[in-house]
Design a protein around this ligand. Sequence first.
Ligand code: NI
Length: 184
Amino acid sequence: MAILKIARMGHPVLRQVARDVPDPTLPEVLNLVGDMIETLDDIGGAGLAAPQVHRSVRLVMFQVPPGRGHEEVPLTILCNPVIEPVGDAIEWGWEGCLSVPGLRGLVPRPASVRYRGQGLDGAMIDRTVSGFHARVVQHECDHLDGILYPQRMPDLTRLVFETEMRHQAPLEVPEPTESEEQDQ
Ligand code: NI
């Protein structure tokens, strides 16, 4: 196993649409996952997508340990994930990314999603989730389509350095615009 180098915003691998994992049970996939787990453990983070370690394949992992102020999410490894929103509710939350070090941004996302994907045994994982779990899986899967969270931000005044977070009101969420209100 090895700790892998993280690609940072600006590297082309983060803008590519990643290719499918042909067979999640292949030893090379297991090797990549082992290295990604070690990398994630070393850096400390909620999730990691293969393009962030310079491997342009549709593989993500995420985990929310207990005691972080969010509902616990067991370590989940997904190959070829598909996500769909459940309902129309949008939630705003602060996000960070190992590929955008030092920054945090306030990002609107569907509050609930259903996601499906293959685990390492090839079996389908199918979950409907909300809250932080929903946010993490959407953030990670965006990496597979070459999208970083700042691209999801309608208001870049809410992209701030972590060291300036103390200046942000914790629940300072933009008011919906008239057109958004009409949509609901
Ligand atoms: Ni990220």
